[in-house]
Design a protein around this ligand. Structure first.
Ligand code: ATP
Ligand code: MN
Ligand code: MN
Length: 302
C-alpha cells in the first residue's frame, strides 16, 4: 500500500461546495468548477506537503475562458479567510501582502473558490530569504519532441548528481519538464540564483547542441532552454500536482526518474486521470525535503 498521511479527511470530501458547480471551463466538454474542486480534494494528501507554509500565487479563471484567467500573488477581495497572509517587500522595495496555505482548510477553500493553478516560491514564509529549492525549467523550442525533452532531463539529472545534488522531476503540464533540487538553506536568493545560472551554464556546455541558457526564440529553435530564472526572489513555479489552465487541465505531475521515461504524452496526466494513478503510485516526491544538499561552490560566472 502507498505511504500516505491523511491530510484531507473523508468529511472534507463530503462537504465540497462550490458556486456554479456545473460551470464548464475551457469549452463545452471541459471540466466543471466542481470537477476541479474535487480534483484538489483528492490529491490533497500528496500536494499539501509541497505547498504548506510556502508563499503561493494563484491562477484564477472566473469565467472559464482561458483569456480571462489571471495570475494573483497578493491578497484579494473575497478571499477565503482561512488563507494566510503576510507582508514582505517586493523587488521595488514596496511592502505587499502575500498569500500562503497553512492547512488543509485554506487549501480546500481556495480549490472551492475556483483557483485553477497553484504556484509556489522555493522557500517558506517563515524563512523567506533562505530558499530551500532550485528549479530548472526545461523549455523546449520549436522542433523538439517530448522524447527529446525526457532524454535531456535525464542528462541534466546526471550532471546534477555529479555535483552532489538530488534532483526531482515533474512534468510542467505543458511540453516541458521541471527539475527541482532541494538545497540546504545556506544562501540567500542572490547566491542561489547565481549558482543556478552557473550550474545551467556548465550543464548546457556539456551538450551545446541540445541546450541553450539564452532567452529568445531564435536561440531556442531545435534546442531546450534551461530557464533558471524561476530562482530569483519572488519568482514562482507551478506547484507539484497543480493543474494548468489549458484544455483538459493537465497537471504538473511529479514522476520518478524511471517512470518519466515511460510517459508518452504528458497531457494524459490530468485532472481526470491523476487521482486514480496516485492511489497506486503514491507521491514520488515524498522524500524531497530529506534530500537537501549543500550547493556546490561554483566558479564565478564571467
Ligand atoms: P511550460 O511547459 O509551458 O513552459 P511552465 O510552468 O514552465 O510551463 P509558464 O506557464 O510559462 O511555464 O510559467 C512560467 C513561470 O512564470 C511559472 O513558473 C509561473 O509561476 C510564472 N508565471 C506564470 N504566469 C505568470 C504571470 N502572469 N505573472 C507572473 N508570473 C507568472
Ligand atoms: Mn517551462
Ligand atoms: Mn520558462
Amino acid at each position: 500500500a502507498v505511504k500516505r498521511k491523511r491530510l484531507i479527511a473523508e468529511s472534507d470530501l463530503a462537504t465540497i461546495w462550490v458556486t456554479n458547480p456545473e460551470r464548464r471551463l475551457f469549452g463545452k466538454t471541459g471540466p466543471t468548477k466542481l470537477d476541479i474542486a474535487v480534483y484538489y480534494a483528492l490529491v490533497g494528501d500528496f500536494m499539501l506537503p509541497h505547498i504548506i507554509g510556502r508563499p503561493v500565487s494563484l491562477v484564477r479563471c472566473p469565467t472559464g475562458k482561458p483569456q480571462d484567467c489571471f495570475f494573483q500573488r497578493h491578497a484579494f477581495t473575497g478571499m477565503p479567510p482561512s488563507v494566510a497572509v503576510f507582508e514582505s517587500t517586493n523587488s521595488e522595495g514596496e511592502t505587499k501582502t502575500y498569500l500562503s496555505v497553512e492547512d488543509a482548510k485554506g487549501y480546500l477553500a481556495l480549490a472551492q473558490f475556483g483557483v485553477v493553478e497553484f504556484h509556489t516560491w522555493g522557500t517558506h514564509r517563515t524563512k523567506l530569504d533562505k530558499p530551500d529549492q532550485i528549479v530548472f525549467d526545461l523549455d523546449p523550442g520549436e522542433g523538439i519532441s517530448w522524447r527529446e525533452v525526457v532524454e535531456a532531463a535525464v542528462h541534466i539529472k546526471g550532471g546534477l548528481e555529479r555535483l552532489g545534488l538530488v534532483p526531482f522531476a515533474k512534468t510542467s503540464g505543458g511540453k516541458g519538464i521541471h527539475i527541482t533540487v532541494p538545497v540546504t538553506r545556506k544562501q540567500n536568493w542572490k547566491k542561489l540564483h547565481q549558482a543556478s545560472s552557473a550550474i545551467s551554464t556548465l550543464l548546457a556546455a556539456s551538450a551545446p547542441d541540445t541546450f541553450t541558457t539564452t532567452m529568445g526564440k531564435e536561440n531556442r529553435k531545435k534546442r531546450i532552454f534551461i530557464d533558471f530564472h524561476r530562482n530569483a526572489r519572488g519568482h514562482t513555479s507551478a506547484a507539484p500536482y497543480s493543474l494548468r489552465a489549458r484544455t483538459n487541465l493537465p497537471a504538473s505531475t511529479p514522476v520518478s526518474w524511471t517512470d518519466l521515461e515511460t510517459i508518452d504524452a504528458p497531457e494524459d496526466l490530468n485532472y481526470a486521470s491523476l487521482p486514480g494513478l496516485l492511489e497506486t503510485s503514491g507521491d514520488p516526491w515524498a522524500e524531497i525535503d530529506e534530500m537537501a544538499r549543500d550547493l556546490p561552490a561554483m566558479e564565478k560566472e564571467r
